[in-house]
Design a protein around this ligand. Structure first.
Ligand code: OXT
Ligand code: ADP
Ligand code: MG
Length: 567
């Protein structure tokens, strides 16, 4: 190692590792190179697990999802300029989704960067990171490392969590400091995400509003899942009998087959609820901004939210409860004895009726056999396997592959469904799968569109290198949305949405010693997924799907400019 380390002296790199250890960081996800290779080596030497990726975006996604699952910031380590930029998409995605993560990036010589004199991998990284991160800091002196890390940890985890950028210059990593002096600077951050207790007035107002409702609905978002207030949320719903609708990543907070779950009557409950209590969910595009034809125009809102700026963002919120969800739920549960919340029996009955209609429609799709398979009859098999492996983590991305999987596959435990989230971003798949496997030590099933898989597919080498229990199913319909589009210009080039339907994605994992399957029938799919999951070994299943099934953009066709849709 090039760094200084003798009896009296140490350097920035060693101090950084000590500061990370002191704060309980047990894993770093990254890609090494100048100037952070020795930092990764030394972290490993000191017992921090280092997971090396093939691309920084996946390392960042792994860090972000580990942050979501643990409430501790996931750490991503990147090299300067291009490595930093590769990781930045994941950092931005973490910020948009509210996942706590810290991207620590090496950077080149400030003096040269500031005069734009053309340094190796020159880039003014901190200023570029600022608009994409919740906060951005640079550490310039070794004696500031512990403070810099503390600022990053607090910013990532307190309030609405998010991605934090931490710039460490080559000079800092190599700068020498007296060991005793360095030791004195180290500390563990005390209570990084303090409780935020809502006012008692806001709790009373929320409960009163609920008690005046006839057709109440609780909308659970991934903020509720993140808060880990699972028992309190369950108690509140059990005691009040209010139906609930989970957003995608909140599925499983209470089991999807819970009698109060209204997922299969989504439109009906949104159109008809007279009072909606949002728990850790934003009224953004995924909820039609809380207005328009999918909403009861007279609906009254309660919102449990940690960020006061989120309140009234799209619709006026009559009863904001600003605080952390755990504290808020505790007060709400305790307040239940003082109010009478009665859900109209006709509301429950009508939800049941709507659910039954949709469940019958769904059953018809699941039970129709086609050759080749389509999304639904393939997902019927995935559903059966998940139903007998309820604790599994499900990673999911694509368009039809995403939307159909979300609706068909029941989740049974909190924080088990990990997907494209707020941005609908492709490329999170392998990073999320790896981050979830490392964090949970449990089997992971990734259901991937063939396009979606391509964004992070090379990480199957990472999966094999670390021998992770990840089973990947590629729904290969030969395209982005569909595989049967023509080149409108009549030329021989494939259309913009076309991919190779004949591709054998299973062959890729063979190169790295994983287990390949190529399947075309329900029986083959069931056998392959079951064996993959139970083997606890890296497995990739290429599942042929009819290129003619699927719709443009999955369930969000309507977001395309109207004239452009060619289904
Ligand atoms: O109530 P009603 O009657 O309305 O019925 C609803 C439910 O009640 C009912 N339902 C059920 N019925 C019975 N049983 C059960 N269990 C049940 N559950 C629900 O079903 C209906 C419909 O329910 P749904 O879907 O919840 O309702 P709705 O109204 O659609 O919900 C609205 C939304 C917005 C909440 C929901 O649709 C949603 O969450 N959508 C997320 C969409 C999303 O994020 N999509 C990803 C982005 S698409 C696109 O951008 C893609 N790109 C471009 C690109 C991206 N994204 N990123 C980057 C970095 N570069 C480029 C690309 C390249 S996707 C994509 C790749 C696509 O190709 P692939 O090969 O990967 O994938 P394939 O499409 O498979 O080929
Ligand atoms: P979804 O996509 O599932 O609807 P969003 O990401 O849009 O969820 O919303 C999650 C919301 O939860 C964010 O506004 C975020 O500020 C909030 N949130 C996150 N963690 C907490 C918490 N511990 N307490 C209260 N609110 C939280
Ligand atoms: Mg596809």
């Amino acid at each position: 190692m090039s760094s200084v380390q003798n009896d009296n002296l140490t350097d920035g790199m060693h101090v950084m590792v000590e500061a990370l250890k002191k704060n309980g960081v047990d894993t770093i996800y990254g890609v090494v190179g100048i100037p952070i290779t020795d930092l990764a080596r030394h972290a490993q030497e000191e017992g921090i697990r280092y997971i090396g990726f093939r691309h920084e975006q996946s390392a960042g996604n792994a860090a972000a999802i580990s942050g979501y699952l643990t409430k501790k910031p996931g750490i991503c380590l990147t090299v300067s300029a291009p490595g930093f930029l590769n990781g930045l998409t994941a950092l931005a995605n973490a910020t948009v989704n509210g996942f706590p993560m810290i991207q620590i990036s090496g950077s080149s010589d400030r003096a040269i960067i500031d005069l734009q004199q053309g340094d190796y991998e020159e880039l003014d990284q901190m200023n570029i990171a600022k608009p994409f991160a919740k906060a951005a800091y640079r550490i310039n002196k070794p004696e500031d490392i512990a403070i810099g890390l503390a600022r990053a940890i607090r910013a990532a985890t307190s309030g609405r969590p998010g991605g934090v950028y931490l710039d460490v210059t080559t000079e800092l990593l190599g700068s020498v400091i007296d060991k005793v002096e360095a030791e004195k600077t180290l500390f563990k951050v005390e209570n990084p995400a303090p409780k935020s207790i809502p006012s008692s007035d806001s709790i009373i107002k929320a409960l009163n509003l609920l008690s005046s409702a006839k057709k109440p609905l609780v909308l659970l978002g991934k903020g509720a899942a993140y808060s880990q207030a699972d028992e309190l949320i369950k108690k509140f719903l059990d005691e009040t009998g209010i139906p609930f609708l989970p957003m995608s990543m909140a599925k499983g907070l209470l089991p999807d087959n819970h009698p109060q779950c209204a997922a299969a009557a989504r439109s009906f409950v949104l159109e008809n609820a007279d009072t909606v209590m949002l728990i850790g969910a934003r009224l953004n595009w995924l909820l039609g901004h809380g207005k328009g034809k999918h909403w009861n125009p007279d609906v009254r809102f309660i919102q449990l939210e940690i960020d006061p700026k989120e309140i009234d963002s799209n619709r006026p919120i009559e009863a904001p409860v600003v605080g952390d969800i755990e504290s808020s739920m505790e007060l709400l549960v305790n307040g239940l004895e003082k109010v009478s919340i009665k859900v109209d029996s006709s509301w429950i009955e009508n939800i049941e009726k709507d659910k039954e209609i949709n469940i019958d429609k769904m059953a018809a799709k699941l039970n129709t056999i086609t050759v080749p398979l389509n999304y639904y009859n393939a997902l019927k098999i995935v559903k059966e396997v998940v139903d007998s492996h309820k604790d599994i983590y499900l990673v999911n991305e694509g368009a039809n592959t995403l939307d159909d999987t979300r609706n068909v596959i029941n989740m049974y435990y909190p924080r088990r469904r990990l997907d494209c989230g707020t941005w609908g971003v492709m490329g999170v798949g392998m990073g999320f799968a790896i981050g979830a496997a490392i964090t949970s030590n449990k089997p992971i099933l990734a259901i991937e569109g063939d396009s979606a898989f391509g964004f992070s597919g090379m990480e199957i080498e990472t999966i094999c290198r670390y021998k992770l229990p990840i089973t990947i199913v590629v729904f290969n319909n030969g395209g982005i949305y569909r595989g049967d589009h023509e080149n409108l210009g009549g030329g021989t080039d494939p259309s913009p949405t076309t991919l190779m339907a004949t591709a054998r994605y299973d062959k890729l994992i063979e190169a790295f010693g994983g287990t390949p399957y190529n399947v075309e029938t329900q029986e083959e799919l069931k056998d392959a997924i079951t064996k993959g999951i139970e083997s606890l070994k890296p497995t990739l299943i290429n599942c042929k799907i009819d290129p003619k099934t699927g719709t443009e953009s999955g369930h969000i066709t309507s977001l395309n400019p109207k004239t452009a849709i060619k289904n």
